[in-house]
Design a protein around this ligand. Structure first.
Ligand SMILES: O=C(O)[C@H](O)[C@@H](O)[C@H](O)[C@H](O)COP(=O)(O)O
Length: 258
């Protein structure tokens, strides 16, 4: 099944598209029991995701049920300006800091990854019995090199945790060099994933995702259930097949919700 594609003309339109997607997913998830786990990325995503989330109707923002976690994090304290979690905490009202799954940065990188995995299991999936995570929503970015989260070409992530949900990277081509990241296995078990991608330098990555070209991590991270949505601006969409081309499939039809 092809990913669902939303092409936006500007940030305002993309925020509206994201808000509509979040609304649809939150309405469905709130009808289900359990914690709602939403994974987010860093880079340029924090402001646009935050705007879209707070544009949702207040009755959907059930903070007793919603927990937000980082799909990757730089190995820095949350007060460091490079911290993804720190960036979100600055954008959220301080009284909502508790909705973020903490990343216990300590002086041992592997221990940090193991502690984070423990938090993901304990806070997000208390009902989780198996070893594979079932995150409800993932919001992923990508780099022009095709990385997503902190999974870079060249298989640089080392698995150091009990369940392999979180890996460590010590030679990230994107600074800073040292990071923790969800693993491909974690990303691929998501119930729904969405990429937020803008800019012409990433158009070839968008096409690789569309084509299932698994030479790039961003394409390899597609969920097993194929429930994938792409939010792209016109520049990032420029390599996609045109709407009326033979390469087009029925991807624009609405996907069944789980
Ligand atoms: O910690 C990070 O750097 C991000 O999680 C990373 O995976 C990001 O999503 C991509 O590098 C895209 O970043 P931009 O959106 O800023 O291009």
């Amino acid at each position: 099944m092809r990913p669902e594609i939303h092409v936006s003309g500007d940030d305002v339109e993309m925020v509206t598209q994201l808000k509509n997607y979040l609304t649809k997913r939150l309405k469905y998830l709130l009808d289900m029991p359990g914690t709602i786990g939403i994974g987010v990325s860093g880079g340029s995503m924090p402001p646009i995701f935050t705007k879209a989330l707070f544009a949702c109707d207040a009755d959907l923002l059930n903070w007793r049920r919603i927990r937000i976690f980082m799909v990757d994090e730089r190995y820095v304290d949350k007060d460091d300006e490079q911290s993804n979690l720190g960036t979100y905490l600055k954008l959220f009202p301080p009284e909502l800091a508790y909705v973020f799954v903490p990343i216990p940065i300590c002086n041992d990188l592997s221990l940090t990854a193991r502690l984070y995995e423990d938090n993901l299991r304990r806070i997000l999936l208390p009902e989780q019995s198996g070893t594979s995570p079932r995150f409800d929503l993932l919001f992923l970015g990508c780099g022009p090199d095709g990385h997503t989260a902190s999974l870079f070409p060249g298989d640089r992530a080392e698995h150091v945790t009990e369940y392999g949900w979180v890996g460590v990277v010590q030679d990230s081509p994107k600074p800073p060099k040292t990071r923790i990241t969800l693993s491909f296995a974690s990303l691929k078990f998501a119930k729904h994933s969405a990429f937020i991608i803008t800019g012409a330098p990433k158009a070839h990555v968008v096409r690789a995702i569309w084509d299932r070209d698994n030479t790039l991590p961003a394409s390899m991270a597609r969920p097993y259930n194929d429930r994938l949505t792409l939010f792209v601006d016109e520049a990032a969409a420029k390599s996609l097949p045109s709407r009326d081309s033979s390469e087009e499939s029925d991807s624009r039809s609405p996907q069944p919700f789980d």
